[in-house]
Design a protein around this ligand. Structure first.
Ligand code: FES
Length: 80
């Protein structure tokens, strides 16, 4: 599973780093391998925090959304 969290100015202000921290927690708990990265502004600032998972874009992501997103994508590529 490849995850990219937008850390542009707007997403940063909306809590991107809290979302990243939650994904980092999931790294040790998830039954899948997660490649976690950050991206610059994705041009959807009003909808942030923007997260791309295996090419699928999610808007308004909060830390509370992370477990369900990991669960949703756990069947994708990168299964250990
Ligand atoms: S700062 Fe994240 S979409 Fe613009």
């Amino acid at each position: 599973m490849e995850v990219n969290v937008c850390v542009g100015s707007s997403c940063h202000l909306k809590g991107a780093h809290a979302v990243i921290n939650k994904f980092q927690e999931a790294l040790g708990e998830a039954p899948v391998k997660i490649k976690l990265g950050a991206s610059f502004c994705q041009g959807r600032c009003t909808e942030g925090v923007i997260v791309a998972i295996d090419g699928v874009i999610y808007e308004r992501v909060s830390p509370d959304d992370v477990p369900s997103l990991v669960e949703k994508h756990r069947g994708g590529c990168g299964i250990r």
